[in-house]
Write a protein that binds this ligand. Structure first.
Ligand code: ADP
Ligand code: MG
Length: 532
């Protein structure tokens, strides 16, 4: 059995596909379908994960990690608790391990083969880090899959493959917003374009409600200052989020606020909430409109479906505004579970692809024809952001005398959106100076969604050196560089000086940790007792 895991910024969720071919979300130890992606370091060898961790974090934020997904793939982020060091990968592994353990307890079978989802905007380093988080948790990661593609697949059971369809996925979660246009060609899913705001999500709505609650209290008791009381503020966090969620199904709700012996009944209507947060929703709509515009420039003129993803899209205002913007009634079906469901369906596909049809039919208990159709299913992976090499600007005279001070820029050999696996074939560059003994090949990944040749808009992903070039090479001697990137994002770089056939070939494990680090972290994570 294979599982799909939505490893979310605020909440995570796990699903599998049942005997009838339907994806089923597995409830956690508390009976809930989603588990907060929060980790609380109670003691040296004991951690809390999930709702308990989230609550404990309110009182002791220094012992807790939340929103770790924002730091995935970053080597400069590290946490220390009770004298032990943790990377974003090992923190995420603790969340994954808790999901797996709760599922094993509930289903009574092992969780091993998984597909984990990532935002479509994740670069290779973040994808690799996510894969490694799975490995650290002791899981076999069949693949990582873009969240909007997973959400699109989760609707496919109801709309079996037929021709080319375009979907717009609008995903508003707890701390991030993403919108993505996907082309489904039969069973083949392809990301056309994606955009979002990594700092916009449910927490911003909660903050507005907290301000409203504090102001309501202050109106009645202007001389008291509950905002300075830690307990009161923590309680406010919880009440604000509850109010927001309740107002998705009610038109008006109230909360009682108590401080210094005074009680205030604060009432909030859905309409007032929408007014208080109108600019936030506007921001998501503006990004959605721009994304739709970019898709149009790529020939996508209409959307067959608009898919809502993320807990925040349970707010009625979201669907209403999107319908006005795009003229299509959005698909609205348990938006916070769709990603895990789609990942579970895809996990089955990936499993099916690892074996012949007969064997797959046997293993999965499906007909041979079903197995055949599953094996042919494809999800096109694209290079999420451009990859290239740094070169010197030959128009800068310093390039030939003092290359360290000369202007350099990045040439993207694999532009964002290139379908994987991809091979550039040899691309010709040239040496900058006479008698160059060797060449540094630096691989850079584009930072934002816009491609830019400025070095500052790219991040160094790795490097190799072509050594021992023959003596007395004149400047301008051609050097051929080839990039090959596999579906998992493993980049192989080959640089050769054709005349002498001197060459260097290196693989870039882009971002992430090296093997030994993964092993070490796995042992460290396995040592923790997890409570939830
Ligand atoms: P993420 O993908 O960021 O991990 P989710 O998709 O689970 O997170 O979304 C979490 C956000 O959704 C939280 O801000 C939560 O308050 C909000 N949310 C959940 N249910 C509702 C609801 N019924 N109405 C409004 N917001 C909701
Ligand atoms: Mg999500």
């Amino acid at each position: 059995m294979a599982f799909g895991i939505d490893l979310g910024t605020t909440n995570s969720c796990i699903a599998y596909v049942d005997d009838a071919g339907r994806p089923v979300v597995v409830r956690n130890a508390l009976g809930e379908y989603t588990t907060p992606s929060a980790v609380y370091f109670e003691g040296r060898d004991s951690v809390l994960v999930g709702a308990a961790a989230r609550n404990a974090a309110l009182l002791a934020p220094d012992l807790a990690v939340q929103l770790v997904k924002r730091h995935m793939g970053r080597k400069d982020v590290e946490y220390t608790f009770h004298g032990r060091r943790y990377t974003p990968e090992s923190i995420s592994a603790l969340v994954l391990r808790e999901l797996a353990a709760a599922t094993e307890r509930r289903l009574g079978r092992p969780v091993r083969d998984v597909v984990i989802t990532v935002p479509a905007s994740f670069g290779v380093a973040e994808r690799q880090a996510t894969r490694q988080a799975g490995e650290i948790a002791g899981l076999n990661v069949l693949d990582v899959l873009a969240e909007p593609v997973a959400a699109a697949l989760s609707g496919q059971e109801r709309h079996p493959a037929r021709g080319v369809r375009h979907l717009l996925v609008y995903d508003l979660g707890g701390g991030t917003f993403d919108t993505t246009v996907i082309r489904m060609d039969g069973d083949d899913a392809h990301v056309v374009c994606t955009d979002g705001d990594r700092r916009l999500g449910g927490a911003d709505w909660d903050a507005r409600i907290r301000t409203f609650l504090l102001e309501t209290f202050a109106e009645q008791h202007p001389r008291l200052d509950p905002g300075a009381d830690e307990r009161f503020v923590q309680d406010l966090w919880i009440k604000a989020e509850q109010l927001k969620e309740e107002l998705s199904s009610s038109l008006t709700r109230h909360k009682n606020l108590r401080f210094a012996g005074k009680a205030v009944r604060a009432e909030l209507t859905r309409q007032r909430l929408e007014e208080l947060t109108a600019d936030l929703l506007d921001r998501t709509m503006k990004i959605t409109e721009e994304t739709a515009e970019r898709a149009r420039a790529q020939g996508v003129t209409a959307f067959d479906e608009v898919v809502l993803v993320g807990g925040m899209t349970r707010m009625p205002a979201v669907a209403a505004r999107l319908e006005r913007l795009l003229g299509t009634t959005p698909r609205h079906h348990e938006p916070d579970l769709a990603v895990a469901r789609g990942a579970a369906l895809f996990a089955l596909v990936r499993q099916a692809q690892q074996g012949d049809a007969e064997d797959v039919a046997d293993r999965l208990g499906i007909s041979r024809a079903q197995a055949e159709s599953m094996r042919s299913r494809r999800v096109t992976t694209v290079v999420p952001r451009g990859f290239g090499v740094k070169v010197l600007d030959h128009n800068d005279p310093l390039a030939h005398t003092d290359p360290l001070r000369a202007r350099a820029y990045v040439v993207h050999l694999l532009p964002a959106g290139t379908v994987l696996p991809a091979d550039t074939g040899p691309v010709a560059f040239a040496t900058a100076m006479d008698n160059q003994p060797g060449i540094d090949v630096e691989v850079w990944e584009q930072n934002g969604r816009e491609s830019s040749e400025e070095v500052a808009d790219n991040t160094l992903a790795g490097r190799g050196r072509l050594r021992d070039l023959p003596p007395r090479l004149p400047r301008g001697t051609p050097i051929h560089i080839t990039f090959h990137m596999g579906e998992t994002g493993l980049l192989t770089v080959h640089a050769v000086e054709p005349a002498s056939a001197r060459q260097v070939r290196f693989d870039l494990q882009i971002g992430g940790l090296d093997r030994a680090d993964v092993e070490r972290a796995r042992t460290a994570v396995a040592r923790h007792d997890i409570g939830s």
